[in-house]
Design a protein around this ligand. Structure first.
Ligand code: ZN
Length: 445
């Protein structure tokens, strides 16, 4: 018999689709196996339905699991390593030299750290683009989270062929793995790192494997200027003309897009991962999220890697996403709280191509967050959606289910040995910093 979990007595954020949530007071969520069987008032649940486990959600909010639509999880090893530096020198002088020394084990432990941080912050799914992705997949399988995984492909580096081979092997080995929790994509890194002949090879592989594309697009003004100078068109038009969008595509950033670009994204069903803090901290700009949504583009919320954003906390991202649009447009009505929370849940789920994920409704995958509201910053409770988006913190997360299984129980991680992870990460981060600065692995400076 499948497990039956009953979450009872909380404010339940019910309802499918893109609109405001129906917040049910003293509601219940019944989970059977990996899916939600019932959501609503307690008296609507079949009295014969007997749970194998009960979760007390009184004084708590029950939300769909948050989806981080674009990250580089293992970059948590480089958190705080090089801050307050512009994008290109940041990459060329700091990040790439450190990454050149990364091992598969480093990526595994760095990913576990990011998964631990994310789970404790209510993030149940993430879209990762990095390398040693088989080790990332291993971490996903072991910890029980949900993920969209791709090997980042740079078409100008000497290792481009090797990277593409690894990218294809990842898709072949892990598509649908972890009981369907893993989806795989191919990830041409960006228009400025993937020349058209290389891109053509990636697309051919995507067609053969039947897999989607994950990329970075229109992140900075410099990128738009460079692609215009090289090809006479915007990065988005350039990728459309090369046939990238004939494949389901997840595009991170899309900060510098005009009306034509937005029309192209909408027409081809390209989904956007919005990274507000990364875009601020690297001084990239503000993505026109309300215009994307108005055009019918699917938008998910994301943190980007912790080397640029310094955290993987989608509560912070939600608040900044809403605030940035309001202040930049001098209009407090744009991107209301419910829309931001939809972006962080079902928007991300759709952007990553997961079916029946991101809402609390019967038949949906049971990725659920229970948020403890017993704190001074969460009183009074006029509007629960406002409270969650504008006042709640990642540290208010109490219990987390993914695929129907409890992975965080009363604030305790059940599938990650956090003490071991912290120890491994500290040692590995120190070694990387030493090597990147020209020292030897054994500590000789
Ligand atoms: Zn990125």
């Amino acid at each position: 018999m499948p497990s039956r979990v009953l979450i009872e007595g909380g404010w339940v954020f019910a309802g499918e689709g893109d609109g405001p949530f129906q917040v049910v007071e003293d509601g219940v969520v019944a989970v059977e196996g990996e899916r939600i069987a019932y959501v609503g008032p307690r008296d609507g649940l079949d009295p014969a339905w007997e749970p194998t486990r009960r979760i007390d959600a009184r004084d708590k909010a029950v939300l769909p699991g948050l989806v981080n639509a674009h990250t580089h999880h293992a970059m948590s090893l480089l958190r705080g390593y090089a801050d307050d530096v512009p994008l290109m020198p940041w990459l060329e002088r700091h990040i790439w030299p450190a990454e050149a020394h990364l091992t598969g084990d480093d990526v595994y432990w760095g990913t576990l750290l990011a998964i631990a941080e994310s789970l404790l912050a209510g993030v149940t799914t993430f879209a990762d683009m990095y390398f040693f992705m088989d080790r990332v997949a291993q971490a996903v399988v072991e910890t029980g989270v949900r993920a969209h995984l791709s090997r980042g492909l740079i078409g100008v580096a000497p290792g481009a062929d090797q990277a593409l081979a690894e990218g294809k092997a990842l898709v072949a080995a892990f598509q649908g793995a972890g009981d369907g929790r893993i989806r795989c994509a191919l990830a041409p890194h960006a228009p400025y790192t993937c020349p058209p002949p290389f891109l053509a090879r990636v697309l051919e592989a995507a067609a053969a494997l039947g897999c989607p594309i994950h990329t970075h697009l229109a992140e900075t003004r410099a990128e738009v200027e460079q692609i215009r100078a090289q090809y006479g068109k915007s990065p988005i038009r350039h990728f459309a003309d090369l046939g990238v969008f004939q494949h389901p595509t997840l595009a991170a950033h899309c900060v510098h897009v005009d009306a034509d670009d937005i029309a192209i994204l909408a027409e081809h069903g390209v989904a956007v991962a919005h990274n507000p803090i990364s875009n601020c901290k690297l001084a990239s700009g503000i993505a026109p999220v309300p215009d994307l949504l108005a055009a019918g583009v699917t938008v998910g919320l994301a943190s980007d890697g912790a080397a640029s954003t310094n955290h993987l906390d989608l509560f912070e991202e939600m608040r900044l996403a809403a605030s940035l649009q309001k202040v930049s447009r001098y209009d407090a009505t744009v991107l209301p709280a419910w829309q931001v929370l939809r972006m962080a849940t079902v928007g991300g789920a759709r952007a990553l191509g997961f079916d029946r994920l991101g809402c609390l409704a019967p038949g949906y995958l049971a990725d659920i967050v229970v948020l403890d509201l017993r704190a001074p910053h969460l009183r009074p409770r006029h509007d629960l959606t406002s409270l969650v988006v504008y006042s709640a913190k990642a540290s208010d997360v109490d219990t987390v289910l993914v695929h129907g299984k409890v992975l965080v129980d009363g604030g305790e991680l059940l599938t990650v040995d956090l003490e071991r992870v912290e120890h491994e990460v500290e040692e590995r981060a120190r070694r990387l910093a030493r090597l990147a600065r020209g020292g030897a692995a054994d500590g000789t400076p």
